[in-house]
Write a protein that binds this ligand. Structure first.
Ligand code: KG4
Ligand code: ZN
Length: 334
C-alpha cells in the first residue's frame, strides 16, 4: 500500500511516498526559503503562487524517486489544516484531483498531528501513552498521546510559539530568515556563551505546563539597544536567546512527562531540529530515566513524509475523507 503525502501548509512544497506506513520511498521538499529571505518572512500570496508553480514537479519527482507510477498510488494524504489558506488550497486541490482521477481514498491530515507522527517514521513500535512536545513556527504545545488519534493537551503557549521566538529574536539581532536555523548555527559554530546575557524564563506558576515567549522577545529588543551589552558577540547573543527558549521547552516537557506518568517523550516540529534543544532534552530525559525519540532534521521541519504517515493511521482506522474536503486556517488538535 503506497500512500502519496502532500504538504503545502506554509513555505515548503513537499510530496512523499510511504509504503505500508513504514518504508519511506521518497520525500521531496522544495523549500521557498530563498524567496522569503528577501522579505524577511513568508508573504502568504507569494507562498501560494510558488506552491502552484512547484506542486506538479514535486509530485512527479516523489513518484519517480519511489519508483512507482500514478496507477500504483493506493491513497492520497494531504495537510488541509491549520496553515495559510491559499497555500493549503494548492495541496488540497492536487490531492483531490488525484484521489478522484485514480479513484483512491483521500485522507485529510492535521498538520500538527503529522508533526507528531514523524516519530512513527523513526519508530513504528512506539507504545502509548507518550508525551510529545510540538515546537514549530506557529505552535508550541505539549500533548499526551494516549493512542492513535487520541490527544490531550497538557500545555500550550499563551502568546508566541517557540519558532516565532527564535525568528523574531533573530530579526532583532540582524540575522536572516528563518532565524531559528541561523541562531542554532551561530551559537554552535561560534561556541556562544549561553550565560552572556541574562534573559527571562517565564514560569507561569508552579504547576503550569504552559509557555510564554513574548517577554523574551521584549527583553531581547531592550537588551540589544542597551549599551551595557554592546560588547556581546553575535554567537553569545544567539546562545543566550537559544538557551532561554530551550530551558523553557525542556523544563515544561519534563514536568508534563512526570505529571502524566509516562516513560517516553517525543519531539516534533521545526524547532525540534535545534541542536541545543536535542542535547539538553537528551540529558534531562536520561537523568529522569525517560526514553526520548527525536526525528531526523528533515522530518522535524515541514515535509510530506509525516503527512503520509499520519494518513496511513487514518486509513487504518477507516477515517477517509470526501471530495468536498475544505481547508481551515486554524483548528486545535486537542
Ligand atoms: O515545523 P516548521 O518547519 O513549520 C511550521 O509548521 O511552522 O517550523 C518552522 C520553525 C521556524 O520558526 C524555524 O526558525 C524553526 O522552526 N527552526 C529552528 C531550527 N530549524 C527550524 N529553530 C531553532 N533551531 C533550528 N535548528
Ligand atoms: Zn510545521
Amino acid at each position: 500500500m503506497d500512500i502519496l503525502g502532500i504538504e503545502t501548509s506554509c513555505d515548503e512544497t513537499s510530496a512523499a511516498v510511504l509504503r505500508d506506513g513504514r518504508e519511506l520511498r521518497s520525500n521531496i521538499i522544495a523549500s521557498q526559503i530563498d524567496l522569503h529571505t528577501k522579505t524577511g518572512g513568508v508573504v502568504p500570496e507569494v507562498a501560494s503562487r510558488q506552491h502552484v508553480t512547484q506542486i506538479n514537479a514535486v509530485i512527479a519527482e516523489a513518484l519517480e524517486v519511489a519508483g512507482i507510477g500514478f496507477g500504483d498510488i493506493g491513497a492520497v494524504a494531504v495537510a488541509n489544516r491549520p496553515g495559510l489558506l491559499g497555500a493549503l488550497l494548492v495541496g488540497v486541490s492536487a490531492a483531490k484531483t488525484l484521489a478522484y482521477a485514480l479513484n483512491v481514498p483521500l485522507l485529510a491530515v492535521h498538520h500538527i498531528e503529522a508533526h507528531i507522527y514523524a516519530n512513527w517514521l523513526v519508530d513504528p513500535e512506539i507504545t502509548f501513552p507518550v508525551v510529545c512536545l510540538v515546537a514549530s513556527g506557529g505552535h508550541s504545545e505539549i500533548f499526551l498521546v494516549r493512542g492513535h488519534g487520541d490527544y490531550q493537551i497538557l500545555g500550550r503557549t499563551r502568546d508566541d510559539a517557540a519558532g516565532e521566538a527564535f525568528d523574531k529574536s533573530a530579526r532583532l539581532l540582524g540575522l536572516p530568515y528563518p532565524g531559528g536555523v541561523e541562531m542554532d548555527k551561530l551559537a554552535r559554530e561560534g561556541a556562544g556563551n549561553p550565560k552572556a546575557v541574562p534573559l527571562p524564563r517565564a514560569q507561569l506558576g508552579p504547576d503550569s505546563l504552559d509557555f510564554s515567549f513574548s517577554g523574551l522577545k521584549t527583553a531581547v529588543s531592550h537588551a540589544v539597544r542597551d549599551p551595557k551589552w554592546a560588547e556581546v558577540t553575535r554567537p553569545d547573543w544567539a546562545a543566550s536567546v537559544q538557551e532561554a527558549i530551550v530551558d523553557a521547552l525542556v523544563a515544561k516537557t519534563l514536568k508534563a512527562a512526570k505529571a502524566a506518568g509516562v516513560d517516553h517523550v517525543l519531539l516534533a516540529g521545526g524547532v525540534a531540529a535545534n541542536s541545543r534543544l536535542q542535547a539538553v532534552m537528551r540529558e534531562a530525559c536520561a537523568r529522569a530515566c525517560l526514553r526520548l525519540t527525536v526525528p531526523p532534521i528533515r522530518l522535524c521541519t515541514d515535509n510530506a513524509a509525516m503527512i503520509a504517515c499520519a494518513g496511513y493511521y487514518h486509513w487504518q482506522a477507516g477515517l477517509v475523507d470526501g471530495l468536498d474536503l475544505d481547508t481551515r486556517a486554524s483548528e486545535r488538535l486537542a
